[in-house]
Write a protein that binds this ligand. Structure first.
Ligand SMILES: [Zn+2]
Ligand SMILES: [Zn+2]
Length: 365
């Protein structure tokens, strides 16, 4: 099959043939219909990610149709339409058994995050060489073999080349609002960074009933899209100091500020946008070993700084919720997909993601 693979971050991404093995017990084969290109793919591509293990097939925001199932799989059958969830809870670890499914640390799930099945093997090869699927997904390929816990069945009439965003960006953005922050009706919200995930934080805040939603970015195109999906105000941080811009709208600071870039200095700056008693949520993934330089007096004034990985999502609760919100017209995913390209044009999607010119490129098969 054809797949987008990275052999070394110095070489960049290539589209090559990769061999795929049969599914083993508890695994399924997904014929990929579409896969969004996310910022985390860029981190693996450029060697900035702890989950990178080369050669690695990129992609972790996929949707498709079940092609085959391995022994013991009962949750899906061939022909089912599915979204591949970024994290498939194991159902057996202490966190899962005590209801904290978002923080599953079962061996299978942890192995998936770092590109293998629980026994250290993968189902991808090039000749004798082992190939690793990114986060156990590797969805920028014609097929993916994943653990059955990682697929969430959806209705057949939902466009796969749109709902694939539920695999990562939408789940993370909405989850940051609903699961991590728990924004309430009437709250005031600032969103620092309006890429694929940040725009979904904006949408989540709208769905939660926030009265003021301030989108902050340096890219006017992203701010324009933010306005279309729910931002009540925008601040172009390339022309206005964001703290000054925000204080002109909400003088005392917002109830919630979300940092959706992964920059330690921006997290510290977002923390300063929050009112005393408010909460700053770090949604972006900061570099390994980084330190966030927050002001001690600001923290002392009852402000909270919390982190969230993937919006604390519980796939079998949150992905069906996203599908329902999309089908009812309350969640706008169509605006977020700015271009659809075939796999052999993936370099155009990568260039667009790096240039910050699009909210989301989706590779279609
Ligand atoms: Zn992602
Ligand atoms: Zn678990």
């Amino acid at each position: 099959m054809r797949a987008c693979i990275v052999h070394d971050h110095a070489d960049g991404a290539k589209v090559e043939d990769v061999e795929i093995d049969e599914p083993r017990a508890g695994e399924v084969v997904v014929k990929i219909a579409a896969s969004g290109l996310c910022g985390s793919d860029m981190h693996v591509l450029h060697g900035r990610s702890v989950v990178a293990k080369y050669p690695m097939v990129l992609g972790h925001e996929g949707a498709g149709v079940i092609e085959a199932v391995g022994p013991g799989v009962t949750n899906v059958a061939p022909g089912d339409h599915v979204v591949i969830a970024l994290y498939g809870p194991c159902g057996a670890c202490h966190a899962c058994l005590t209801g904290d499914i978002a923080h599953c640390n079962g061996a299978d799930r942890m192995a998936n995050i770092f590109g293998t099945m629980g026994d250290g093997t993968t189902r991808l090869r090039q000749g004798d060489a082992v190939v690793y699927p990114m986060i156990g997904c590797g969805s920028l390929a014609e097929y993916a073999v994943v653990r059955s816990a990682m697929v969430v069945p959806i209705a057949d009439d939902v466009a796969l080349d749109t709902i694939c965003l539920a695999g990562c960006g939408v789940t993370t953005g909405l989850g940051a609002v609903f699961n991590a922050a728990r924004v309430a009706p009437g709250d005031t919200v600032a969103v620092v960074g309006c890429g694929g995930v940040g725009l979904n934080v904006v949408q989540g805040a709208r769905l939660a009933g926030a009265k003021t939603i301030i989108a902050i970015d340096t890219n006017p195109t992203k701010l324009e899209i933010a306005g279309r999906v729910g931002a009540t105000h925008t601040i172009d941080a390339s022309t206005v100091e964001m703290a000054d811009g925000l204080k002109a709208i909400v003088p005392g600071g917002v109830d919630f500020a979300f940092e959706v870039v992964g920059s330690p200095t921006l997290v510290a700056a977002a923390f300063e946008l929050v009112r005393p008693g408010g909460t700053c949520v770090m949604v972006g993934s900061p570099p390994t070993g980084s330190t966030i330089p927050i002001d001690g007096r600001s923290l002392f004034a009852d402000r909270r700084l919390i982190g969230t990985t993937g919006g604390n999502n519980v796939p079998h609760r949150d992905i069906p919720r996203i599908v329902d919100l999309y089908r009812s017209g309350r969640l706008d995913l169509d605006t977020l997909v700015t271009q659809r390209l075939p796999l052999d044009r993936v370099h155009e999607a990568i260039a667009a993601a790096e240039g910050g010119t699009v909210a989301r490129s989706v590779i279609v098969f």
